[in-house]
Design a protein. Structure first.
Length: 403
């Protein structure tokens, strides 16, 4: 039975509605974000995914994002098909978060086999099955495949030196490490990205890139949060993000709870606000970044990049190394998830289109690298990204040693 809490009152209510453009020359003092201030911000965040229990009785706990902001419902998931459905139906969503949830999902699936088997090699077939079921749940965000491949590497390293149950324990350690590391990646991205945000300016963001979508403070939202904590006095415009309203339901909620001034807009209002000088920068996340710097993100992101270019505004993408897919030359090779027509015909269950009208519902689009001012990663910032600069950054390598 899912637990239901009553309501989700934001930490600061009406005072969070600041949308006035502040002249850029006005002096605002910017504080250094101390580690503890950053931690405090994180502690107040909602956690989208968690592991509860030990190895034998473990469960994946998901905060059901389809019910936010009206209800806080946690779902305890203990089998892989329920987890797969939760990912498909966006109970858990956001590129890093679905990677983390899937890593835990591998453990969920393997433990019952390990209880009956002695040798770890007996888990090879079940592992393959779990990998295939999870990797096929959502096609665009590469973090999902990245996390599963990391679990596979760990699995393959230990099939001969550990027993079946020891291997499961090692895999749980690896899944927790992926989770913990994502929190660290988010914090480093936020530290790098906050400097780019304009003091006293309006920042437009799209979809949801916060704690709900990651294992930490978020990517684009992380940068925004750190900039806010540093006293930069930014005013955020959150696109509602049709058709599933991640911006309205999740980003508005997360920013309100963190006390960041946020103004919700319909997606089609961005051009007008840019024209009137209310927006000084656009910052979004990404689901997959190809070798040349093209970035797939929530549908509508590409349009914002075109608008930003037209209005001479910087367009920033914030993402960890796990979002890069160097196997693809450019963004045209990215598989774009096509979702159910009813999400467009009947958003949130309210029908307002003819029942049989034809619908297109691509969940993501691709922003070409030449429209991106900079990609912010935990390893640093790639200004004017291209194949050379992406390759250079990614060659820096991942610091965490294999276990
Ligand atoms: O369909 P969703 O809600 O999973 O899409 C999420 C996004 O597009 C996010 O912007 C992206 O995953 C980056 S999250 C840090």
């Amino acid at each position: 039975m899912p637990k239901v809490k009553k309501s989700l009152a934001p930490k600061r209510a009406a005072s969070a509605r600041v949308s006035v453009k502040r002249p850029l020359r006005e002096k605002i003092s910017v504080n250094k974000v101390s580690r503890s201030a950053a931690q405090t911000g994180l502690n107040e965040m909602l956690r989208g995914v968690d592991w509860r229990g030990q190895l034998y009785d473990g469960q994946v706990v998901l905060l059901d994002q389809t019910q936010l902001p009206q209800k806080v419902v946690y779902r305890n998931v203990s089998d892989i098909e329920s987890l797969r459905s939760a990912i498909i139906s966006l109970v858990v969503r956001g590129a890093p978060a679905i990677g983390i949830a899937s890593a835990y999902g591998i453990v969920l699936y393997l433990v019952p086999f390990a209880v009956k088997a002695k040798k770890a090699t007996a888990l090879e077939k079940p592992f393959k099955h779990a990998f295939e079921r999870l990797v096929s749940s959502r096609p665009t965000a590469v973090n999902l495949r990245w996390a599963l491949e990391r679990m596979r590497d760990c699995f393959e390293r230990h099939t001969t030196d550990l027993t079946a149950i020891e291997l499961c324990a090692r895999l749980l350690m690896e899944a927790k490490r992926i989770h913990r590391e994502d929190a660290e990646l988010c914090a480093r991205i936020a530290e790098n990205g906050m400097a780019l945000l304009p003091v006293g300016g309006g920042v437009l963001t799209h979809c949801n890139t916060g704690a709900l979508a990651t294992g930490g403070v978020g990517t684009a939202i992380g940068c925004i949060l750190y900039a806010h904590q540093a006293g930069k006095q930014i005013a955020v415009f959150a696109d509602e993000t049709r058709p599933l309203l991640q911006g309205a339901r999740l980003t508005a909620l997360e920013l309100q709870r963190a006390g960041v001034p946020v103004t919700l807009i319909c997606d089609n209002m961005a051009a007008h606000l840019m024209q009137r000088g209310r927006i000084q920068a656009v910052m979004v996340g990404a689901d997959r970044i190809t070798a040349n710097g093209d970035a797939a993100n929530k549908i509508g992101t590409y349009g914002l990049a075109v608008l930003a270019k037209h209005h001479g505004l910087p367009f920033y993408v914030a993402a960890p190394y796990s979002t890069f897919d160097l196997s693809l030359k450019d963004g045209m090779d990215i598989e774009i998830e096509e979702r159910h027509a009813d999400e467009v015909r009947a958003p949130q269950g309210t029908v307002f289109a003819p029942a049989d009208v034809q619908v297109a519902n691509p969940a993501f689009d691709v922003t070409p690298a030449n429209l991106i001012t900079a990609i912010i990663t935990e390893r640093g910032i790639i200004h004017r990204p291209n194949a050379k600069s992406v390759a250079k950054l990614m060659a820096n390598g991942h610091s965490s040693p294999a276990i």
